[in-house]
Design a protein around this ligand. Structure first.
Ligand code: NI
Length: 201
């Protein structure tokens, strides 16, 4: 959970908060094309939907970047934002952390997890310049493994929690599941909405 580029849990920078006093801005729309994350409630039906969304995310990402040139991949999805290439590499970076946190919560008693600085990760050389196929394949394998586990979990498993030291509270696996279903949709839509604006079809 993380982030500076769209995650739910950390406060927005001051400038952005001031901006958001106004009506929904172009920046807000481009940054949050599917809206910000809000966790309300969960039940078995919704959990099933979130798991299927997570199962479908790698294919949605692959379709979103289909036939883009290197120049297009190196275009920021919004002014001042990450390039499409960085967004693609961010997804497995983020979701591998989520996968590990879920495993820790399932095997330990409310473990405190290790945050990571996603903005700095996105500036590392593999994120800035690496071929996207590596991360598309990484995400596919990771989500296959993640979903294999998720589909076997039962109600009480989703009550297990981990402590996120930056949030100062325990986060349940229900909320985490909903977060990452949203997170995949969120970043895929950043790419598809840029494609639509640019007419890259
Ligand atoms: Ni993100």
């Amino acid at each position: 959970m993380v982030p500076r580029d769209g995650h739910p849990a950390l406060p927005a920078p001051v400038a952005e908060q001031m901006n958001s006093v106004d009506a929904p801005s172009v920046d807000e729309d481009q940054r949050y094309p599917v809206g910000r994350f809000r966790f309300r409630d969960s039940d078995e039906r919704r959990r099933g939907q979130w798991i299927e969304e997570i199962a479908a995310t790698p294919a949605h990402l692959r379709a979103a970047v289909d036939r883009l040139s290197a120049t297009q991949l190196d275009t920021p999805y919004r002014s001042g934002g990450w390039t499409i290439r960085q967004v693609v590499h961010h997804l497995p970076d983020s979701h591998v952390n989520a996968y590990l946190r879920m495993k820790l919560a399932l095997t330990e008693d409310e473990p405190t997890i290790k945050p990571y600085d996603e903005a700095v990760w996105a500036e590392l050389s593999d994120s800035r310049a690496g071929p996207i196929e590596v991360s598309l394949a990484f995400l596919e394998g990771l989500h296959q493994r993640w979903v294999l586990l998720l589909r076997t979990l039962r109600g009480p498993d989703f009550d297990r929690r981990f402590i996120h030291p930056e949030h100062g509270r325990a986060i349940g696996l229900d909320e985490q599941l909903a977060t990452y279903a949203w997170h995949g949709r969120h970043h895929v839509a950043q790419i598809t909405s840029l494609r639509a604006r640019k007419g890259w079809n």
